[in-house]
Design a protein around this ligand. Structure first.
Ligand SMILES: NC(=O)c1ccc[n+]([C@@H]2O[C@H](COP(=O)([O-])OP(=O)(O)OC[C@H]3O[C@@H](n4cnc5c(N)ncnc54)[C@H](OP(=O)(O)O)[C@@H]3O)[C@@H](O)[C@H]2O)c1
Length: 324
């Protein structure tokens, strides 16, 4: 790395960029130098709007530029693998939005491209870096609730744009890919292993994608996770971890703010609040994790094996539900 700061380029003008831009700007080890779009006009307009120094009228042009070290891939799900691999082969480090891939062979090709290029590839699961998530995991691992037996989770919201990429089957839309990936990832984190078996059922909407999904995962003889996710219910995010000797309730597990309260107790009627402070910008954790990995050679918090396990579990859930 010739620079002491990571020079970030946004690959697309996606809506989610709005969450990452302030986090990059809040990081002392990062700077936002470029944006690329399929359209030069859109790239230039976006660069002016967000005060970004350089605009590229194609994704390829940004990958060919020496001005960028790290590419943030905020494309629709189906395009993650192709552009992550192209970016890695062009010598860029890559932070790729969740779900990092939607096919196992894509995931394996991404892992191979990262290995061959010697560049960092990481999945952008912002909640995994937040102190609240680390606290819940530490409580469980310390035995605070005995042996974990059940993780219950939900992530739903009401989709408002009919042309949303989440409703497009050709771009691997679908609620399990989009928001179900969070409770699945949370359950795998808590148990620290992959599920042995899964069950699932989906509601396929007029869009052709799963607009509601309910899943069950078995992690052992007496270790389960259950979740629901979807686009056709009010906004709900929730995690409850039930152990042999206690309970942890996480009211805001996936988009925690700078100050959150989780609840811990021997039973659901004896819960005590535990306050957790986090960064001002939820997305700062993934930006700093990337800086640690690229500038200091630390392993990314979310390993590619971990990401592969999530993709594999999501694919298994889709398969048992008869989707795709
Ligand atoms: N971690 C989080 O909190 C979070 C939150 C929201 C979304 N996400 C993830 O971020 C990704 C993008 O989601 P989003 O809602 O921000 O998407 P979006 O606003 O629809 O943007 C997607 C962008 O991809 C580019 N693109 C390239 N080919 C496209 C195609 N065939 N159709 C549509 N767009 C195309 C477009 O940029 P150009 O026109 O500039 O090329 C477009 O602006 C998804 O993978 C999603 O899961 C993560």
């Amino acid at each position: 790395m010739p620079h002491d700061k990571l020079r970030w380029g946004l690959l697309s003008t996606a809506r989610i960029n709005r969450a990452l831009i302030p986090a990059i700007r809040a990081s002392r080890r990062s700077e936002l130098v470029a944006v690329a779009s399929r359209s030069r006009e859109q790239a230039e307009h976006y660069a002016r709007e967000w005060n970004i120094p350089r605009a590229f009228g194609s994704y390829e042009a940004m990958l060919e530029s020496d001005a960028v070290d790290v590419v943030y891939i905020s494309l629709p799900n189906r395009l993650h693998a192709e552009w992550a691999i192209r970016a890695l082969r062009a010598g860029k480090h890559v932070l790729c939005e969740k779900p990092i891939a939607t096919r196992l062979d894509d995931m394996d090709a991404m892992i191979a491209a990262a290995r061959e290029s010697g560049r960092v590839l990481a999945e952008a699961f912002m909640y995994r870096h937040h102190p609240q998530t680390l606290k819940v995991k530490a409580l469980v691992d310390s035995g605070a609730i005995g042996t974990p037996k059940l993780v219950r989770g939900a992530f739903t919201f009401t989709i408002s744009r009919p042309n949303d990429v989440r409703l497009n089957p050709a771009l691997d839309g679908g609620s399990l890919w989009d928001v179900g990936c969070y409770p699945v990832s949370y359950a795998r984190l808590i148990f620290g292993r992959e599920p042995l078996a899964v069950q699932g059922t989906a509601v396929i909407g007029a869009s052709g994608v799963d607009e509601t999904f309910l899943g069950l995962m078995r992690f052992g003889q007496d270790a389960f996770a259950q979740f629901d996710c979807g686009f056709r219910a009010p906004e709900r995010m929730h995690i409850e971890v039930v152990g042999s000797e206690g309970v942890i309730v996480v009211p805001s597990p996936f988009k925690p703010s700078a100050r959150e309260t989780i609840y811990l107790g021997k039973s659901s009627t004896a819960l005590e609040p535990v306050v957790v402070e986090g960064p001002e910008h939820l997305y700062l954790g993934e930006v700093e994790d990337m800086a640690d990995a690229v500038l200091e050679g630390k392993p990314p918090r979310i390993s590619l094996e971990d990401s592969r396990g999530n993709v594999q579990t999501l694919l298994a859930l889709y398969r048992v539900a008869g989707v795709g």
